[in-house]
Ligand binder design. Structure first.
Ligand SMILES: [Zn+2]
Length: 200
C-alpha cells in the first residue's frame, strides 16, 4: 500500500491537535481540504488568520474581545456591583445567551487541579482581588462546573475572596453534573443564576 503523501500526513497531524478532533476526523478533513478548490482553502486559511489576529483577551475580565476593555466591561448600563466568575472565556457567551445576567464577568482561565499541576497562582485570582479593591463590587457569583475540581475551586475562592462588604454566592446546582456551562441550556442557566445561594 502506498503511503500518504507527506503534506497530507503533516496536515492530519496538525488538525488532530485541535480539541475534539480525533485521528479519523483529522484524516477526513485533510483529504477533503487537499481536494477542495484552491480559492476556498485560501479563504479558510485567511479566516483563521484574521480571527486569530483580531481577537484578544480583555485586560479586565479576561474575556475574548476585539477591543480591550471589552464591550461588557465598558458598558455603563451593566451592573458593576455584580461580578460573575467563570472558568473559561467561552462561558461568558453561554451566560449572555441566557440573557438574564446584567452584571460583569471575570474569567479564571481554568480551575484548581493539583493532579494536572494547576495551582491558585495559575488562575486569574490575583486580578480578581485587584478588581474587588478597585471596583464597587458587592456580590461575587461563582459560576463554575459542579465536578470535583469545580467544587474545590469554588470553596477556595469563597474563602480567599471573603471581604466585609462582599457577598459570595454560588449558582444553584441545576447544572448537569461533571460538566461545564456549555452543556447547560439557557433556561437552566437562568434558573441556576436566579437560585444562587450564599456560601455557608
Ligand atoms: Zn472585559
Amino acid at each position: 500500500m502506498a503511503a500518504l503523501p507527506e503534506p497530507i500526513s503533516a496536515l492530519i497531524s496538525a488538525l488532530a491537535k485541535l480539541p475534539g478532533i480525533g485521528p479519523r476526523s483529522a484524516e477526513r478533513m485533510a483529504l477533503h481540504l487537499v481536494q477542495t478548490e484552491s480559492a476556498a482553502v485560501q479563504q479558510l486559511a485567511e479566516t483563521i488568520l484574521n480571527a486569530r489576529a483580531r481577537v484578544r483577551l480583555c485586560e479586565t475580565c479576561g474575556g475574548l474581545t476585539e477591543n480591550s476593555p471589552c464591550p461588557t466591561c465598558s458598558d455603563p448600563r451593566r451592573d458593576a456591583s455584580l461580578i460573575c466568575v467563570v472558568e473559561r472565556a467561552v462561558d461568558i457567551f453561554s451566560i449572555e445567551k441566557a440573557g438574564t445576567f446584567h452584571g460583569k464577568y471575570h474569567v479564571l482561565d481554568g480551575k484548581l487541579s493539583p493532579i494536572n499541576g494547576v495551582e491558585a497562582e495559575d488562575l486569574r485570582i490575583a486580578q480578581l482581588e485587584e478588581r474587588l479593591a478597585r471596583e464597587p463590587i458587592h456580590e461575587v457569583i461563582i459560576a463554575l462546573g459542579t465536578d470535583v475540581e469545580g467544587d474545590a475551586t469554588s470553596y477556595y475562592l469563597a474563602k480567599r475572596l471573603a471581604r466585609d462588604r462582599v457577598r459570595i454566592t454560588r449558582i444553584a446546582h441545576g447544572l448537569p453534573a461533571s460538566t461545564g456551562l456549555e452543556y447547560a441550556d439557557e433556561l437552566t442557566l437562568s434558573r441556576a443564576l436566579e437560585g444562587r445561594r450564599e456560601f455557608t
